[in-house]
Ligand binder design. Structure first.
Ligand code: UD1
Ligand code: CA
Length: 448
């Protein structure tokens, strides 16, 4: 159990040049939210009472996002290395005497259970604890030099000897120590190395030189993947999606082709929901127990209540609220609209800024004309109303309970309960017209 107060310093001031992006690296998203927010969330999950986001001169958005998420922020200008980055958080942490952990803003897959192990190592008596891992390819990661079960030092790849480069156990970047000790050791770090940077990793050797105990905790390589390029970003996304889909399936969601379903960080799906192939969730979706989402549907910022049936090929946009047992069929788009229990829009419709009463039926081709080029207007469709195919409902407009609108109508005036609205030209039949027309045309053809 937690014996010392905890703090987290999240490093996100690096340039991230390999992303080749106008956007700071840690703003790029995994699971529909910026990588930085994953790290902040992780810090909260392990009980950090103080969190500092370290950002750079070129990435004010990172500072703003840290603030928006309730963290303290520290500007590191210019960025002179990971050790220097942690030092720049010192003022923001003044007065904090507990254990601090350093996290990166570009490592979105680390779990709370793993970070817990690092803090536990401190609570069990280590002065510095580092999260290491053994990847298939140790690449250019810092090498963890372990002697007699203790971490002796960390050597950056560029500074490592051939022998040290052969070590397969490497540094994830996550490092924890009591905050006062961490800042004290950082005060002794120099930039005398291949990169001319102040390395955070040097605190391990400095602690050892004082006779303090340092340890490396081993984590799962898939979790500590650091994103440096768009290729890494795609890998992190795929890995997170796999993990989250597995959790959802374990919680009772059926997915017929899980590898084709994409969820967001906050997607809530109840048990006994069926997700067919190629269903994509943007942020802010809740699907209640027993709903069925057919193939190729896209949902974002919406609620689907129990037993509702969506798709195939449906689009639910922000503010859609689909009632119990309601049906939204193929090529139907719904935005900022509420569907009551058992209401249906089975084919080819656009319903925006509307309320649809329970058991109402909306025919194919119905469009709510909700926008006049300046403002959005509401359409109200009463319980049990029947909207004829190809109706244009020109908002603001109300259709009463149990009312009908004739097919192909343009409905501009409110319709009383139980009335029939005919908003189309009256049909005229011209007897024998077609036969006369054909005869005239054939005569002209034979004369030419
Ligand atoms: C660092 C570690 C290395 C480890 C690797 C894991 C050091 C010296 N090296 O190397 O041992 O294997 O991470 O991914 O710590 N940052 C700042 N300010 C800076 C420099 C970096 O905020 O001045 C931030 C970056 O935004 C990033 C993180 O620190 O979030 C890591 O920086 P990066 O330059 O990617 O470190 P690596 O060279 O990968
Ligand atoms: Ca890195």
């Amino acid at each position: 159990m937690m014996t010392q107060p905890r703090a987290a310093i999240i490093l996100a001031a690096g340039l991230g040049t390999r992303m080749k992006s106008g956007l700071p690296k840690c703003m790029h998203q995994v699971g529909g939210r910026p990588m930085l927010e994953w790290s902040i969330d992780l810090a909260r999950q392990v009980g950090a009472e103080s969190i500092v986001t370290v950002y750079g001169q070129q990435s004010p958005q990172i500072g703003a996002l840290g603030e928006a998420n309730g963290t303290a922020t520290a500007l590191q200008d210019p960025p002179l290395g990971t050790g220097h980055a942690v030092q720049s958080a010192q003022d923001a942490m003044s007065g904090f005497g507990g254990n601090a952990i350093v996290l990166y803003g570009d490592t979105p897959l680390i779990t709370a259970a793993t970070v817990e192990k690092v803090f536990t190592a401190l609570e069990d008596g280590a002065s510095v604890a580092v999260l290491g891992f053994s990847p298939d390819d140790p690449a250019a990661y810092g090498r963890l030099v372990v002697k007699d079960g203790l971490l002796d030092r960390i050597v950056e790849f560029k500074d490592a000897s051939e022998e040290e480069r052969a070590i397969g156990f490497v540094n994830s970047g996550v490092l924890a120590a009591p905050a006062p000790l961490l800042f004290e050791l950082l005060g002794e770090v120099t930039n005398d190395n291949a990169n001319g940077e102040y390395y955070l990793t040097d605190v391990v050797g400095l602690a050892r030189a004082r006779g303090l105990k340092a340890v490396a905790v081993e984590g799962d390589a898939a979790e500590v993947l650091g994103v440096n390029s768009r290729v890494d970003l795609a890998e992190a996304e795929a890995s997170w999606q796999r993990r989250r889909r597995d959790e959802l399936m374990r919680d009772g969601v059926t997915m017929t082709a899980p590898e084709t379903v994409f969820v967001a960080h906050d997607t809530q799906i109840g048990p006994d929901v069926i997700l067919e192939p190629n269903v994509v969730f943007g942020p802010g979706v809740t699907v209640e127990s027993g709903a069925h989402i057919h193939a190729f549907s896209h949902l974002e910022g919406c609620v689907v209540h129990g037993g509702a049936v969506i798709g195939p090929y449906a689009r639910l946009r922000p503010g859609a609220d689909i009632g119990e047992g309601a049906k939204i069929g193929n090529f139907v788009e719904v935005k900022k609209s509420t569907f009551g229990k058992g209401a249906k829009a089975n084919h080819l419709a656009y319903i925006g800024d509307a309320t649809v009463g329970s058991k109402a039926n909306i025919g194919a081709g119905t469009i709510t004309c909700n926008y006049d080029g300046f403002g959005k207007h509401q359409t109200h469709i009463g319980e049990g109303a029947f909207i004829g195919s190809n109706s244009s409902l020109v908002a603001p407009v109300s259709i009463g309970k149990g009312a009908y609108t004739g097919s192909g109508g343009v409905v501009t005036d409110n319709v009383p309960d139980d009335a029939l609205a005919l908003g189309r030209a009256k049909q005229v039949n011209k007897e024998g017209w077609a036969a006369r027309f054909r005869a005239a045309m054939e005569k002209r053809k034979s004369e030419s």
